[in-house]
Design a protein around this ligand. Structure first.
Ligand code: CP
Length: 305
């Protein structure tokens, strides 16, 4: 049961919770496709509190709440709020909880969503905390695999990109420990998973680590690509050296097997060439669209009556 609970880590969800979110998301997708008006959230208000840029996460949460019949308030940019005057996160949360029924927060510091949940009597959803986690992106990712490939079990999943700083990868890997999958991690050596993340996962997940995609691409069901997380690099020279160090083009898609898919949490920079977009492998825009039914499901399960 998710009612009134915060979602800080993907580990906060039980296997049943995950399945129930996916079942509910299917119903929401039917509603969206039928253009029926829902009034599940009535007079409830969802607050989005974003200390970092976002397109998909913030707007899909707001769209989801409005599709459920609820309302939204937003701090889309901390520079235009009293955060710029020095207000602490704790004080901001104490105020926003009295203005809303559910709070969605993105923050550059790992642990910020957890802290927010401790200062809020209303449920808090982590929409990304630094390089930590992005649990609702993982719900969208898993839902996409289920919708596009039928099931998650018995799949070969290759995750390529910035595994060190990419929070979507951290939450996704934690979630994949619940399934029978083979995971291959491909990245430049400097961007491999941090030891603390790897050590947490290594006994729970069948993981292969490589710096080359070539050996794995023709046997992959899901190729999950992430961008270099430019904003997390403390050494900008290191970032500059890594630009262009991996890229998926039409040449790579031709090596992929039938029914395999390419996913990306987006935004994309240059790690997937635009020519890939028109291939049947490209599912990243579909993946982003699933953000609406999945977040509708989550909001209604957490904050619905
Ligand atoms: N996938 C994702 O978190 O996208 P945004 O940064 O645009 O929210």
């Amino acid at each position: 049961m998710l009612k009134n609970k915060s979602l800080v880590s993907i580990s906060d969800l039980s296997d049943d919770d995950l399945n129930n979110v996916f079942l509910e998301a299917d119903k929401m997708l039917d509603y969206i496709n039928s253009s029926k008006k829902l009034d599940i959230m009535g007079s409830k208000i969802l607050a989005t509190l974003f200390y970092e840029p976002s397109t998909r996460t913030r707007l899909s949460f707001e769209s989801a709440m409005q599709r459920l019949g609820g309302s939204t308030i937003s701090m889309a940019d901390s520079k235009t709020s009293s955060v710029s005057k020095g207000e602490t996160l704790a004080d901001t949360i104490r105020i926003i909880e009295s203005y809303s029924d559910i709070i969605v927060i993105r923050h550059p510091l790992e642990g910020a969503a957890f802290l927010a949940s401790k200062f809020s009597s209303k449920p808090v959803i982590n929409a990304g905390d630094g390089s930590g986690e992005h649990p609702t992106q993982t719900l969208v990712d898993l839902y996409t695999i289920k919708k596009e490939l039928g099931e998650i079990n018995n799949k070969k999943i290759t995750i390529m990109g910035d595994l060190k700083y990419g929070r979507t990868v951290h939450s996704l890997l934690m979630a994949l420990t619940r399934y029978n999958v083979d995971v291959t991690l491909v990245s430049p050596e400097n961007l491999r998973l941090s030891d603390y993340v790897y050590n947490e996962l290594k006994n729970k997940l069948n993981i292969t680590i490589s710096d080359s995609l070539e050996k794995y691409i023709n046997d992959t069901d899901v190729l999950y690509v992430t961008r270099l997380q430019k904003e997390r690099f403390t050494d900008k020279n290191e970032y500059s050296k890594l630009i262009g160090s991996y890229r998926i083009t039409a040449k790579e898609t031709e090596k992929m097997k039938n029914n395999s898919i390419i996913m990306h949490p987006l935004p994309r920079v240059d790690e997937i060439s635009p020519e890939v977009d028109s291939t049947d492998k490209a599912k990243y825009f579909k993946q982003a669209s699933y953000g609406i039914p999945v977040r509708m499901a989550l909001i209604s399960m957490i904050a619905g009556d």
